[in-house]
Design a protein around this ligand. Structure first.
Ligand SMILES: *Cc1c(COP(=O)(O)O)cnc(C)c1O
Length: 416
């Protein structure tokens, strides 16, 4: 990893890194307003330039003209499976194990319920305190629905693995933590979980599209993830589900809608689930969402994921170095070791919210996660090295002049 000399940090070094960056040409594939520095692609990815035309085609010609015939002629019905194959290539999943449908939240519920059915004599669902809220809430809701014999156990990160035992049905963890960017070692955690006979579910929302993931290689059981973050599928884009091939014959998810049926168009009265990953589906696919997602997935698949990860780690490293040298006001809220960090860096400060608002007012967009985290996401396909320099330059100014301390920045908005 290139280390910058503390003595001669200046913008020109970052310009040089951009000139030598083999991913730099990818930036032109994205629609980014001039002057915007976007460090929030870990929350909502940027619009690919090709998306608007493709979605508009689907609206005008497929929906607008071909109407209901499009389910066949434009393969609307096959899209969840086709896009599942594409997501599968990004997460190291061979065909037939991944499908695009519903939201990550709904998919967590389906897979957790299916896991409990696959481990009927076990009572514990284990997760991490401070996991993304929806992951916690869905396990809690499921346990409440199923009654007293199912218990959700949330523990601090360093106590999670010791708690996995012969009464554990499922462990649900988020590969890269949404606030801190801390990353679990998927292979070893999966192995430890499986050694107790429990199933492992990975939430890949904060890692898919940011680094290589090899689900089949690590013998993964179950995974879910979202496609509007690093994958740039668009706001509310459909999520994905992965179920390892070896589990599909026992896999039974509870949202037994018609499209998970073995033969949806027979319209028989009794449910019989499809034998493949299609059983993870519930109702009608989001055709327009899928259209936007397809463009984004094709774009992501055109990049070399190992290279994406290298640039992301390098950017994180440089950003941390800049902060440590120039911004004494902040604590680092992320691991310093790039091998233990996803594609984001969090800084903590008691006035984090107002500071982020002041930064956003300068068209440098990161985000804030309560109580005190300023998050900066690194998306190597469209972020430049100079953006890091300019962001830190602005932070230095905001902090040294205390320009964050103004009423318009202190007032909390609904979405942070
Ligand atoms: C973003 C994110 C989600 C999002 O779930 P939705 O159902 O799309 O709202 C879920 N889990 C994690 C870990 C996330 O980061």
């Amino acid at each position: 990893m290139t280390q910058l000399s503390p003595l001669k940090l200046d913008r020109s070094q970052f310009e040089l890194l951009d000139q030598n960056d083999s991913l730099a040409p990818m930036r032109d594939k994205f629609s980014l307003e001039e002057g915007l520095i976007y460090l929030d692609g870990n929350s909502l990815g940027v619009l690919p330039k090709a998306t608007a035309d493709h979605v508009s085609q689907v609206i005008k010609h497929q929906w607008g003209v071909d109407l209901i015939r499009s389910w066949n002629s434009h393969h609307w019905m096959q899209k969840p499976t086709q896009l599942g194959h594409k997501v599968g290539r990004l997460i190291g999943a061979d065909v037939g194990q991944t499908i695009v449908c519903d939201t990550t939240s709904v998919n967590i519920f389906k897979l957790a319920a299916a896991a409990i059915k696959m481990r009927p004599d076990r009572s514990k669902l284990i997760t991490e305190t401070g996991n993304f809220a929806t992951d916690l809430y869905l396990l809690q809701g499921l346990a409440k629905l199923l009654g007293d014999h199912i218990e959700v156990i949330s523990l601090p990160r360093d106590e999670v693995l010791q708690a996995v035992d012969e009464d554990t049905a499922l462990v649900l963890l988020t590969h890269v933590h949404f606030k801190t960017g801390s990353m679990w070692d998927m292979a070893s955690v999966t192995q430890i979980t499986q050694a107790q006979g429990a199933l492992m579910m990975w939430d890949l929302s904060h890692s898919v599209g940011a680094m290589p993931i090899e689900l089949d290689q690590i013998n993964a059981d179950l995974a879910v993830g979202c496609t509007y973050k690093y994958l740039n599928g668009g706001p509310g884009a459909p999520a994905f589900v992965y179920v390892a091939q070896r589990h599909l014959s026992q896999f039974e998810q509870p949202l037994t809608g018609w499209l998970g049926h073995a033969k949806p168009f027979d319209f028989v009265d009794d449910y019989q689930g499809a034998t493949g990953i299609e059983q993870a589906m519930c109702g009608t696919p989001a055709v327009l969402g899928n259209a936007a997602l397809e463009v984004a997935l094709d774009l992501m698949l055109s990049a070399d994921m190992a290279q994406v990860r290298r640039k992301s780690q390098h950017m994180g490293q440089l950003f941390i170095e800049l902060i440590q040298q120039r911004c004494p006001w902040f604590e680092l809220g992320s691991p310093t070791n790039p091998e233990q960090r996803g594609s984001q860096v969090s800084l903590t400060h008691p006035q984090g919210y107002a500071i982020m608002q002041a930064l956003i007012a300068r068209n440098i967009v990161g985000d804030f996660r309560a109580p005190n985290n300023l998050r900066f996401g690194f998306t190597p396909l469209y972020l430049r090295y100079v953006d890091l320099w300019d962001c830190v330059e602005a932070l230095v100014d905001i902090m040294s002049t205390e320009s964050w301390n103004q009423p318009q920045f202190l007032k909390q908005q609904a979405v942070t």
